[in-house]
Design a protein. Structure first.
Length: 586
């Protein structure tokens, strides 16, 4: 597997210049304007209150919660798990910029992406004139939808993909790491088929490519066309790029529709998703091979505030609905439940009843508590005490998993109102109070804090960097991270300075975090030239103070050693420095 290695600097600059960081990140996070900046839920850690900030004027992002920061390239590197050259290629393709080719072995993650892309092209090419094509057409899926979702076919037989890989002289081990080939075990049934080495993971299956939120294919789901191919549905195994608990099928197509509607509809299957999307209900996603997870909830929280659970009407679908409720609450989302008639799933309902009825059913979705109330066989107050107790216990269990205090209080109040419960019963809905909070470290004060303020000033006013490098030396900084930042800052061209590009120079997490804090809390207030003079004078005063402290130590050492000439010389220097410092005090 190969990829472009060296990318000319002028092309790199063009890629960065043609990438609007606000437009880019808005594809992955719903951002709202806050003054000159934009805020949203961080895509790199779970949160309910937005702490992720994009500063378009500086082409820079940062998160107050987890410390993630950088420019557009850094964002894509982290979000897509790409190395630097691959992130540049991602952005270049997005901007329509051609990159000259040169040859170099690519990263392990890049190799897996390439293997998955190769397999996708192979599966798509096998679909027409196959039993899978006849099957999917019988399910009412149009050619346009098939093409839009890249649906393909893995032919029957143990080693069709394997043979194609070998004929192209591609490294087989990479396809094994991508979950597309399985190494043959002498003890299993493949030992009888006369093959050598590997066999195909997907055989005689309709193939649904699974993409991440950026639209890049990371794995596959396969629907069996016969009972001989194992389970009805088979997903790719976990790989370096595919983590099934962190992926929602169809989110790359649906994210803008979810943002527009303010809500996401969740289904359990590929056909459920595709049928709804094809019918025009496009703010929909599907879980695939997993229950609804906290990572998936956090992913949805970036785009909408409500989640409609549209699961099958059978008992398994009902259980999956209830399991998802507390996950949704804890992501800061509002769960709603749409109840399908018996013997229907979303796919069959929309095909038989039509899109108008499906929209009506979705729009009539109930909140969790109303859903519980309407699902009871009788009025709550008329139920046997044992059943009342079970209902109350199940709601209390959900309540204790709601971490947001305001949402918890509102939930408890609504339970009491809907089920007419006395206040004494509601005490069991509150979580046990945690122990004493860990005392936070006091804010940094003194010299290190001053150094941060000074660096913040230079980052905000890079035109002073060159002049400052003459007056202030890096050894004047006592904090190592501050010293490293200043040393690198003195080497940049202030006229062409960009914060996002400067961040790329910092690999060490401590220095990078410190730099992000400085950028966020940069100095301001007085005119820059006045601030600059004050900062430089302060550093000169600190330099004198440092030398006075050092002289005291040297005098004490000389006295212990009986070197009275040194004591006299150092005392004279100490006296002269003090007089000079006092003269400068106004």
């Amino acid at each position: 597997m190969i990829m472009p290695a060296f990318i000319p600097e002028d092309i790199v600059e063009k890629i960065k210049a043609d990438t609007d960081i606000l437009e880019l990140i808005n594809e992955f996070v719903t951002l709202k304007k806050a003054g000159k900046d934009y805020v949203g839920l961080c895509p790199f850690h779970r949160e309910k209150t937005p702490s992720f900030t994009v500063v378009p004027a500086k082409e820079f992002f940062y998160c107050f919660g987890c410390g993630a920061s950088g420019n557009a390239v850094n964002f894509i590197m982290r979000h897509e798990n790409l190395e630097y050259p691959e992130a540049l290629r991602f952005l270049a393709k997005r901007a329509g910029i051609a990159i000259p080719e040169s040859i170099k072995a690519e990263s392990k993650t890049g190799e897996i992406y390439r293997a998955v892309e190769f397999a996708q092209n192979y599966f798509v090419g096998q679909l027409k004139n196959s039993p899978a094509y006849e099957y999917i057409k019988s399910r009412g899926i149009s050619d346009g939808t098939i093409a839009e979702f890249g649906i393909g076919f893995a032919p029957a037989g143990w080693d069709n993909l394997y043979k194609r890989i070998k004929s192209e002289k591609l490294p087989v081990d990479i396809f094994e790491r991508a979950g597309l080939l399985v190494r043959k075990d002498r003890s299993d049934e493949t030992a009888q088929v006369g093959m050598s080495g590997y066999y195909d993971k997907f055989r005689n299956r309709l193939i649904f490519p699974i993409a991440n939120v950026a639209g890049r294919i990371v794995g596959f789901g396969g629907r069996a066309l016969s009972d001989e191919e194992g389970p009805k549905y088979l997903n790719s195994p976990e790989t370096a790029i595919y983590h099934k608990g962190s992926i929602l099928y169809g989110l790359n197509q649906a994210k803008h529709h979810i943002r527009e509607a303010g809500r996401a509809i969740i289904t359990e299957g590929y056909f459920d998703y595709i049928s709804l999307y094809q019918a025009g209900i496009k703010n929909v996603v599907a879980v695939s091979g997993t229950g609804f997870t906290p990572d998936q909830a956090a992913l949805l929280a970036r785009f909408g505030g409500e989640v409609v659970l549209l699961y099958d009407a059978d008992s398994a679908g009902l259980k999956a609905t209830f399991r998802a409720i507390d996950v949704i609450f804890n992501a800061g989302l509002e769960p709603l439940i749409a109840r399908l008639p018996a013997d229907f799933d979303p796919d069959s309902f929309v095909r038989q009843k039509g899109v108008v009825e499906m929209r009506r059913l979705i729009d009539s979705a109930l909140g969790y508590l109303e859903f519980i109330r309407d699902s009871l066989p009788d009025h709550f107050g008329k139920l046997p005490i044992s059943q009342q107790q079970k209902v109350i216990s199940s709601m209390a269990e959900i309540a204790q998993k709601i971490s947001d205090e305001l949402k918890l209080e509102l939930f408890i109040r609504k339970v009491a109102e809907i089920f007419d419960l006395p206040a004494k019963v509601m005490t069991g809905f509150h979580r046990p109070k945690p122990g004493a909070a860990i005392r936070k470290a006091p804010k940094m004060i003194g010299r290190a804090d001053f150094e941060k303020q000074f660096l913040g000033f230079l980052l905000a006013n890079p035109e002073f960097i060159e002049e400052c490098a003459i007056s202030v030396k890096s050894e004047n900084f006592i904090e190592p991270s501050n010293r490293e930042i200043y040393r690198k800052l003195c080497k940049v061209d202030g006229a062409a300075f960009k914060i996002g590009d400067f961040l790329e120079q910092f690999i060490d997490d401590n220095a990078r975090t410190r730099l992000t804090e400085i950028i966020v809390n940069e100095a301001g207030g007085a005119p820059p030239d006045i601030l600059f003079t004050a900062f430089v004078q302060k550093f000169k005063n600190l330099q004198v103070s440092d030398r006075l402290s050092q002289i005291r130590s040297e005098i004490a050492q000389a006295e212990r050693e009986g070197d009275f000439k040194a004591v006299e010389r150092l005392s004279r220097e100490f006296h002269d420095l003090q007089i000079a410092a006092n003269r400068k005090v106004v």
